[in-house]
Design a protein around this ligand. Structure first.
Ligand code: HPA
Length: 255
């Protein structure tokens, strides 16, 4: 393991022998999936230029370059959130690094609260679009676009129920009234990440996909108070199912 700040050229050197074709971001409670990598080098986030160390439990905060199902992959085990105090450009810095190291496909995973009735704790859902509730809608947005950033080709490979993810800033969970409003706006699940990462990757020309692991029913839908340890426990409980889905996806997306 590397424990000092490496410069960008050194990172490129590490990647050269393992040119990643696909980058994965593993969210809350899902960082352990990175154990599947073979021949991996591991670099703590704090040692990578431009990436800070995450402060949230369940986010390991390491970058790994290795092989999964015979494919060279780059894995971010853990992520940075806006609510930790990072500006958005730092939150999406891993995406820029992934693209610069050569990854053309991005698969993001997250933990989410289920709003749609069939999305119970333990279920997986592939994102077909998102509502970015973190974006200021006032003022002029020069980057307005109308395309959906999720690749239909990758979505089909995932073979999961699909739905719309609402990204809020967090860190607090929502009120029941907010969940009713999000449902009325078309959200199927709610979380505190992913949308901005996908937007950044799409702008860089990457092919994008994302999976939500439903860790709890969203606020007011019958599950009682939502706790972060419950979110992490469910994430760990579905680990094997998620591994199977990711492995099958990697094989198909990078034949
Ligand atoms: N709301 C927001 N983010 C989440 C939730 C939730 O219910 N569960 C896991 N991440």
């Amino acid at each position: 393991m590397t424990h000092r700040i490496i410069n960008y050229l050194e990172l490129q050197g590490l990647a050269r022998g393992r040119l990643p074709r696909i980058a994965l971001i593993l969210g809350s409670g899902l960082s352990d999936l990175a154990d599947r990598l073979e021949d991996a080098v591991e670099v703590p986030f704090g040692c990578v230029p431009g990436i800070d160390t995450p402060s949230v439990a369940g986010h390991r905060g390491v970058l790994l370059l290795g092989r999964w199902a015979g494919v060279a992959v780059l894995v971010f085990a853990g992520r940075l959130h806006y609510y930790e105090g990072h500006p958005w450009r730092r939150v999406v810095q891993p995406i820029h690094i992934a693209r610069e190291l050569g990854a053309k496909i991005l698969l993001v995973t997250n933990a989410a609260g289920g709003i749609r009735d069939d999305l119970q704790p333990g279920a997986l859902m592939a994102l077909r679009d998102h509502l970015d509730c973190t974006r200021p809608y006032w003022g002029r947005d020069r980057e307005t676009r109308s395309e959906c950033p999720y690749s239909p080709r990758l979505l089909e490979m995932l073979q999961l129920p699909t739905g719309v993810y609402a990204q809020l800033t967090g860190p607090c969970y929502e009120t029941p009234a907010e969940i009713r409003a999000l449902r009325a706006c078309g959200a199927d699940v709610v979380g505190m990440s992913t949308g901005r990462e996908i937007e950044a990757a799409f702008r860089l020309g990457m092919e994008c996909a994302a999976i939500s692991c439903i860790t709890n029913k969203a606020a007011g839908l019958g599950g009682g108070a939502i706790r972060h340890d419950e979110v992490l426990d469910t994430g760990r409980r579905v680990k094997d199912k998620m591994i199977d889905v990711l492995e099958a996806f990697i094989r198909q997306a990078c034949p």
